[in-house]
Design a binder for this molecule. Sequence first.
Ligand SMILES: Cc1cc2nc3c(=O)[nH]c(=O)nc-3n(C[C@H](O)[C@H](O)[C@H](O)COP(=O)(O)OP(=O)(O)OC[C@H]3O[C@@H](n4cnc5c(N)ncnc54)[C@H](O)[C@@H]3O)c2cc1C
Length: 388
Amino acid sequence: MYGLSPADLDLQARARAFVDTLIPYEVEAELHAGELPPAVLADQRRRVRELGLYATNMPAELGGGGCSMLQQVLVQEQVGRATNALGWIVHTPPSWFPPVATPDQVERYLRPTVAGDTQECYAITEEGAGSDVDAIMATARRDGDAYVLNGVKWHVTSYNDAGYAFFQAKLTEGLHAGEHALFIVDLPSPGVRVVRTPLYSHSISHHHPIVAFEDVRVSAANLVGSEGGGMAFSYEWFRYERMMVAARCLGAADRLITEATAFARERIVEGQPLIEFQAIEIMLADSVTELFAARSMTYEAARGVDAGIDLKVQHAQCSMAKLYASEMAGRVADRAVQVFGGRGYMRENVAERFFRELRVERIWEGTSEVQRQIVAQQLAKRGLRALV
Ligand SMILES: Cc1cc2nc3c(=O)[nH]c(=O)nc-3n(C[C@H](O)[C@H](O)[C@H](O)COP(=O)(O)OP(=O)(O)OC[C@H]3O[C@@H](n4cnc5c(N)ncnc54)[C@H](O)[C@@H]3O)c2cc1C
């Protein structure tokens, strides 16, 4: 099915087998704020590298997997089958970075990241700037051979594990005053402080604190690309991450349908397996149908990226895949809770966990409303034939 090559199928099987070893730890993670014992984590970290599943999106010359977009989707689809973000150990560093990184940035940040010795986090969103990234208030002022950064960033995912942050700000002066620029800030650095670490719906070990950057000095060598180029990197990362969100939602839906079907076969009500009741059949059938549609769409969109189709069309197709797959997965989780009945409301049940965890897939990396806006704008500009 899907015309996958032997290499694709091998990678998919490796990722599936690895994620199968994570799933038994889900309930323990759920009950301990996402944390697993250090020895278990160390073993998972070792195996993910041995299996060639780490940094699949990075170029082979930097030590990454050099995988096609379709192959990355296949891996992240498997990652999505585990709850509590246990699959995030299959890390994908910033794929937009290698073409623009200076030799110094390659050595100091990229190579160690691909090797798994450090990790990045993103500090872009602010209290008054999320969907509308251009509304950020964070500033960058040039001072000799350094920049001075100021701003308060929200939802900085994985800050607690990160060795450095990408910090997006607007330049206060010079030729590009008012335009965006992206900087690398080492963590910890003087002037960087956690304001607070809010709790979220999911129980994962990656925190999303609010972080204040107060007169943080970074060397000019930590500017990514050029002044005024900040937004371009964010757009590229959004495009990539939207595809990966779609992929993980496919995996989540696959797991939910598999588990709900197994339960519906075993549970006997009025002398009959649950799966023989039409009301249950409808929920499962709708779920499988929508998964098939979402998977076909996501794989096709990934193939388009690999074929190098027009960038704006890629952008719209990644948005469509993210929009449809995330909404599909939310519906599937809701139905799965219903199929499990009271068990589906227990935190030890996979459907309960996914029901909470999948909600954010419609929010981060651009909300569903923003994805619809992107698709509609591209439709108006390019017409239907260009998009589908
Ligand atoms: C768990 C989590 C982790 C995150 N991790 C990171 C991270 O690591 N780094 C980072 O920088 N950010 C991160 N974010 C931020 C995330 O990208 C934003 O939350 C998201 O882009 C939405 O922005 P917002 O929260 O400001 O919502 P708003 O922009 O305030 O949106 C509120 C509502 O208005 C709607 N809306 C907004 N604009 C429009 C429009 N033009 N038309 C119609 N409706 C609109 C939205 O769809 C939404 O329903 C994270 C968020 C969460 C929840």
